[in-house]
Design a protein around this ligand. Sequence first.
Ligand SMILES: *Cc1c(COP(=O)(O)O)cnc(C)c1O
Length: 430
Amino acid sequence: MNLTKKSKKFFEEAQLHLVGGVNSPVRAFKNVDGNPIFFSRGKGAYLFDVDGNRFIDLVSSWGPLILGHLNLSVVNKIKKTLRQGITFGAPSVLEIELAKEIKKSFKSIEKIRFVNSGTEATLSAIRLARAYTHKKRIIKFDGCYHGHSDSLLIAAGSGPATLGLPDSPGVPPEIASLTTSIGFNDFEAVKKTFETMNDIAAVIVEPIPGNMGVVIPHPAFLKSLREITSQYQALLIFDEVMTGFRVSMGGAQEIYEIQPDLTTLGKIIGGGFPVGAYGGKSEIMDLVAPVGNVYQAGTLSGNPIAMAAGLATLKELKNKNVHSYLNKHLTIFDNKVQESIKKTKINAVFQRSGSMATLFFNSNPVLNYEDAKHSNLTQFKKFFYKMLERGIYLPPSQFEAWFFSFALTEKQMSKIAKAIDEVLITMRDE
Ligand SMILES: *Cc1c(COP(=O)(O)O)cnc(C)c1O
């Protein structure tokens, strides 16, 4: 396999014109000390690079492509919509249809506002929570990523996390100081924060974190967050940009049976186009303009093509029983990986919720970001390149989730499990 020839050339050229050669940092392969691969085409479960290599894709564009590349129903719906125009800057019926489809799965949502990214969804939800509660502080959790807005770029995953300080120059410490970041799954710390700190507007959480690698919540943790936010009249925001329509149709809130006050969505609901959304009870959402005076707007928000792609994706998820297919085959897959870990005695744990998963090179289960940081990154790097050599494209970082798609056949899933087994054996023997 010629992995890098043309990709390397394009990356050199890209760096002359684009910052770091990429438009989103994790794509740059920094976590695995390498050059990113340039892709030219995707079809079903496969990605094809500019050097003519074919890979099984477990990135799925970081989550949105739960149906794989170029799903026919989605493509046809896009084509049909495109013939009518690209954008109107005025209402169109598809926005109602997508909103209704989302509400069928998310019982906690009465009203929705569509935006263009997950970042926009979370920053808008926080503004709304502050306006609704007339309070200003935010609680989040270490390693949870909620996009790159100032208030949320605090201990936000694999970035340079420094306690109490912003993760990035350019975020004023005054703004960062309004956000408190706490260890995930650590309810005692949340309780203490509420007891010692006034003015908390909201707790925002990835109910099943995927942005530090996949971490499973203690069910009691999420329940306690629901109770304490109600008790202190703060809002509970579930950031389900990744988990919404991924771990189940109704996201993590359906699995754990918890109704947050606000939910943020993105990724899958745009079917591969830039979309985000926030929603919740009408009483809260109606504070947003034009009904209320919390301002938030978007030139391309609710774009017909994006709405069409999202709508077709959600319909296909339901019509084809995608989640039950993925759950069934990933249970088998999961067992095989656990077996390989046991057999090779490699220090690794495979953590999974539905069709998102992470293999941590760690001797213990990863319950929070502190645990995740103690993973063996050298081992991950080795693993990543050995999988790549076997034609499997994983996220190029230990702290990311793998996303399995409905386009994967049983045979392809077996192939991935077999590759993992082989690679772990080689790593043991090295
Ligand atoms: C991806 C993600 C975001 C940010 O979404 P963008 O569309 O990249 O801005 C926010 N929250 C979570 C949980 C995410 O996974």
